[in-house]
Design a protein around this ligand. Structure first.
Ligand SMILES: Nc1ncnc2c1ncn2[C@@H]1O[C@H](COP(=O)(O)OP(=O)(O)OP(=O)(O)O)[C@@H](O)[C@H]1O
Length: 532
């Protein structure tokens, strides 16, 4: 793997671990600058971005790069315009046998691996799709006392295959021009082996989604087509999507799983290199199309257009379509009506946060899968209400087990309390930064745009006040713990859908406009520097 490929993989993992808008703000426009002698240099577009990335994301990037390469990596950032010839040395890095052997020597020792896992566990505990797998403990293992083999057997994270997503170019630099032949429309993402129906624990919160997914997998294209699964983060939508895929594959059907980002990138490249026919051929020969996070195609005209035609052609041929989203179609405001109505055509099934008993059942099943004897009081402790997403629950459990392993002590409630002290207190995880209050956001936005808070809260709809108001909505949703309703109430009694619309407007602008991205980052920076 050269530096660009490593960064491409890292970017995909970062996208899974940070909020979409955080990703857009801070990681779009970054690139692999160089990778030499264990030092990975990330090219960024401004000194401001460099400072912010260094402060907030160094440890996350470090742990992801270490996962990908299997080596301890030092991360540095450089404002890309400082040096004009990025990547030149890095391309040869892994092709040189001498370098390879040097790097192999630098490979992480088991002890380092254990330490690193413990360090990164805190970061991934809150939001991680890490698929850790664990070897069965040896016979005679004392219950509740995990062996170190457990940690040493942690494989690198489930990685996406090399896709056709190009590493994003640095700001101000010409986009890389792959030759058309370099663009491939291969298979979609791989299905995660762990995400099966058998491993999915059904409770009240996901009963409908589970039953519908099972039915769709047993009668693909015949009932519930499309199947639209929606709900909050980490609640099992992707798991169900993959489970449908596994069931389809086991019947010999052609299954394609794709994230909407990958779908979008394929379309962009297909249009750019006149490969739309190839693109269409690929998508129209499949039996089951699984698209994750469909909400991200909203507002992307060509992607929506192409998806619309793909949808129609598959649906007409009775091929199964299953999509996931973080919200129902009617709440995806910038989605074309014709797509919205097609999504509503089949079955909409939501997944909610699991209630306490359901969380207990999920945790018990996870401990069984991990072959770990975790005492009941500890399972009950981990199932505490603070962990409302299953991903968080998994992270918390992994962390408790890692703590016990590292210290070579039994898993007790006290140990769980120690392991989860940061997570189960009100502190936010390192990568999320400190949460702001909605008043701080209003004050900061007013200061930045030089407008009075009464106007932000008022009824005026002039352009000069609409934008700051929408920025306030966006930042309140992202940077505070307030609900949409609370934000609306604070902003002069507005409806939660208006807040959602404001958030989407800013989000969409940030995706297409560097200047806006920078502007929002600056407002946020000013807010955070005052709140520390
Ligand atoms: N009911 C369940 N039983 C067992 N495991 C579950 C269940 N729900 C979720 N999980 C596990 O929780 C983790 C997160 O689930 P998943 O990635 O499917 O969430 P998601 O809803 O797609 O989240 P996002 O919107 O962030 O993509 C996965 O490891 C998954 O296996």
């Amino acid at each position: 793997m050269n530096a660009r490929q490593i960064w491409q993989t890292a970017i995909e993992r970062l996208q899974e671990r940070v909020q979409p808008n955080t990703f857009t703000t801070w990681f779009q426009g970054t690139s692999a600058y160089s990778f030499q002698d264990g030092v990975f240099v990330v090219g960024v577009s401004s000194t401001f971005a460099k400072t912010h990335l260094e402060r907030r994301f160094t440890s996350l990037i470090h742990s992801i790069l270490t996962e990908i390469t299997g080596m301890e990596i030092e991360v540095q950032f450089i404002v890309a315009r400082d040096r004009p010839e990025p990547n030149a040395p890095s391309e040869q890095l892994f092709s040189s046998p001498r370098r390879l052997s040097r790097l192999n020597k630098a490979r992480t020792s088991p002890a380092q691996h254990v330490r690193r896992f413990a360090e990164s566990a805190a970061a991934v505990a809150k939001k991680s799709k890490a698929s850790l797998s664990f070897q069965t403990l040896g016979m005679g293992q004392k219950p509740g006392t995990p062996s170190e083999d457990y940690l040493l057997s942690i494989p690198p994270q489930h990685s996406q295959p090399e896709g056709d997503i190009l590493a994003p170019p640095m700001a101000g630099q010409a986009k890389p021009h792959p030759t058309p032949s370099a663009i491939t429309f291969g298979a979609g993402g791989p299905l995660n082996q762990r995400y099966t129906f058998d491993a999915f624990i059904v409770g009240k919160s996901n009963q409908l989604a589970h039953a519908a997914s099972l039915a769709a997998s047993e009668n693909p294209g015949r009932i519930y087509n499309p199947l639209f699964l929606y709900g909050g983060v980490g609640l099992g939508k992707t798991h169900l999507l993959h489970a449908v895929g596994h069931a389809g594959e086991s019947r010999g059907l052609t299954v394609l799983y794709v994230t909407s980002e990958k779908f979008t990138n394929e379309i962009i490249n297909a249009i750019r290199y006149q490969k739309t026919e190839e693109f269409r051929a690929k998508y129209r020969q499949i039996d089951i199309l699984l698209v994750d996070d469909i909400q991200f195609i909203a507002g992307k005209e060509s992607t929506e257009e192409e998806f619309f035609h793909t949808f129609n052609s598959l649906h007409n041929a009775n091929k199964q379509i299953v999509v996931t989203s973080d919200r129902p179609p009617k709440a995806i405001h910038s989605l074309q009506d014709r797509l919205r109505s097609r999504f509503e055509w089949g079955l909409l099934a939501d997944v909610q946060a699991p209630e306490y008993e359901h969380r207990l059942a999920i945790l018990r099943s996870k401990t069984e899968l991990l072959h770990f004897a975790v005492p009941n009081p500890v399972v009950e402790y981990v199932a505490r209400p603070e962990c409302s997403s299953v991903r968080e629950l998994e992270g918390a459990l992994n962390r408790v087990i890692a703590f016990a392993t590292l210290r070579n002590v039994p898993i007790t409630e006290q140990l769980a309390a120690d392991a989860l002290a940061n997570i189960y207190s009100n502190k936010k995880p390192v990568t999320s930064g400190t949460k702001l209050s909605i008043i701080e956001v209003i004050d900061g936005v007013c200061r930045y745009y030089n407008v009075e808070s009464e106007r932000i809260r008022g009824k005026q709809r002039d352009r000069d006040i609409m934008w700051p108001r929408q920025v306030a909505m966006y930042l309140m949703r992202e940077e505070t713990t307030a609900s949409l309703q609370q934000i609306g109430a604070e902003l002069g009694g507005r409806d939660h859908t208006t807040v959602m619309h404001g958030w989407e407007k800013v989000q969409a602008e940030m995706q297409h406009n560097d200047r806006v991205r920078h502007e929002i980052a600056t407002v946020l920076e000013s807010l955070q520097s005052r709140s520390y």
